[in-house]
Design a protein around this ligand. Structure first.
Ligand SMILES: Nc1nc2c(ncn2[C@@H]2O[C@H](COP(=O)(O)OP(=O)(O)O)[C@@H](O)[C@H]2O)c(=O)[nH]1
Ligand SMILES: [Mg+2]
Length: 443
């Protein structure tokens, strides 16, 4: 899970502060414990978590704490962190729940939700995700009140190379869906995503239309998009849809926004419907499978190492990385290798957001000046690019005159060039030592 902005920052800050106060304490007195629980309560409520959810949450934490004999344990503070962490996971849904695909034949997924919550966008994002996983998706335009809505879906379909079935605005919705399904079966698609209409508010007509579609095709999934920015009302909306349609999963959209996040935390607990995906931006690739444990870790400021690694693997050119690693181990390390590794790591995003995903680094991340770090890396890149191939291969051949030329060519100072050369030497030595160790141990 990768967040550009930090929806849960303020909750995280408060919780870590509270939990830090009790961590390291040899013993936790009853009064201490009560105080901590009170602080957690305030933090949750201030972050918009539903009050009943908060009550239940604290009750569970208290019970667990007593059950685990926190008051006498060696490091009660840490245990409390663990208990709170587990309870947050419980809130969010204990396990990941993906799409229920039919073993055989066409899987149908209805996407429902209020207007503007991101149905059409998520339909396309999901189609694209499924396609990447080797499925053959098609989309049906079932929001046919406005021609623009059909156009929007078609444009997205073109972008991701997924066919969109639509007979225009003159056909009624049920016919549209029915013919769409028949068409998908005939064409050998294995998944259809149905982009339905929404309204600004829940109304009878909309609900009837959705119910009729449901009764007609008995979809395998009914996914409800809810806008994380909506706040507390999210829970009411989700309840209303679920009561009528028995929603099978939630997609929390606009997770990249800066709402307080608490409503998003409550929605699973209140409705019982699992969160399946989060929408984290407007781009097609901004849809992520929801991992309760990872979000819980992040909320507690424990970092999100798993996501970090995944993100890294996704973005890095693995083959190139491997080649570089091999060269390093052979004791060959050129300026080009250095440049490559810098460019690879830049693909992960701004330094501060990378740091934020590491355990215990969030304070430091806040202190990082991304633009300064960026400047430094740009400088290094310019310097390396001003070297001749021979110099990149073996920087030790460079004399002062060469360095002056490079400084001039890259718009830097000769001190900058020297600094880079020193860093390079250090790294090279380090890798040499590593490779001699490797041969020593015959790894
Ligand atoms: N920031 C952000 N914007 C989103 C996200 N999902 C959708 N949007 C935007 O929200 C607006 C409404 O989306 P749309 O799919 O048309 O909503 P619909 O009316 O439910 O079909 C569009 O401008 C989308 O680009 C998301 O996850 N994050
Ligand atoms: Mg739409």
């Amino acid at each position: 899970m990768y967040y550009n902005k930090n929806m849960f920052d303020s909750l995280q800050e408060k919780l870590t502060k509270t939990l830090r106060n009790v961590q390291g304490k040899g013993k936790l007195s009853e009064r201490n414990m009560e105080e901590t629980l009170k602080e957690i309560r305030v933090a949750l409520l201030e972050s918009d978590v539903n009050y009943r959810v908060v009550k239940d949450f604290l009750e569970k934490v208290r019970q667990e704490s007593i059950g685990q004999d926190v008051l006498n344990s060696v490091e009660p503070g840490q245990l409390l962190v663990k208990i709170v962490h587990d309870e947050i996971i419980r809130l969010l849904g204990e396990e990941e729940s993906g799409i229920n695909f039919k073993e055989d034949g066409l899987t149908s997924i209805m996407i429902v939700g209020l207007q503007g919550t991101g149905k059409t966008t998520q339909a396309a994002k999901l189609a694209s995700l499924l396609k990447k996983k080797g499925r053959k998706p098609m989309m049906i335009a079932a929001d046919i009140i406005r021609p623009a809505a059909i156009e929007q879906l078609k444009t997205l379909g073109d972008q991701i190379n997924v066919e969109v079935f639509s007979k225009g605005v003159d056909v009624d919705v049920l016919t549209q869906v029915k013919e769409g399904i028949a068409y998908a079966e005939e064409k050998g698609y294995d998944t259809v995503l149905i982009d339905t209409a929404g309204r600004l508010q829940i109304d009878e007509q909309l609900m009837k239309e959705l119910k009729d579609i449901k009764d007609l095709i008995h979809p395998d999934e009914i996914l409800l998009t809810v806008d994380a920015m909506t706040g507390q009302d999210i829970v009411n909306v989700a309840n209303a849809f679920n009561d009528l349609l028995e929603v099978t999963g939630l997609i929390l959209t606009k997770f990249d926004g800066d709402s307080k996040g608490g409503a998003a935390l409550s929605v699973k607990a209140v409705t019982g419907v699992p969160i399946k995906f989060t929408g984290t931006g407007e781009k097609i690739s901004d849809l992520e499978t929801f991992h309760p444990d990872r979000l819980a870790q992040r909320i507690l400021g424990m970092g999100d190492v798993v996501s970090f690694v995944e993100k890294a693997q996704e973005e890095m050119d693995m083959k190139q990385a491997e080649e570089t690693a091999n060269r390093l181990m052979e004791g060959k390390f050129t300026m080009d290798d250095l440049l490559n590794s810098i460019e690879q790591s830049r693909k992960l995003g701004p330094l501060s957001s990378i740091m934020r995903m590491m355990p215990g680094m969030s304070d430091m991340a806040n202190a990082i000046n991304d633009s300064a770090a960026d400047e430094e890396l740009k400088r290094i890149k310019a310097i390396i690019q001003s070297m001749t191939p021979a110099e990149r291969e073996d920087p030790s051949i460079m004399r002062s005159s060469h360095k002056r030329r490079i400084a001039k060519g890259s718009g830097t100072r000769i001190e900058d060039v020297n600094k880079l050369c020193n860093q390079y030497d250090k790294m090279k030595k380090l890798f040499k030592n590593m490779s001699s160790m490797k041969s020593l141990f015959k790894m």
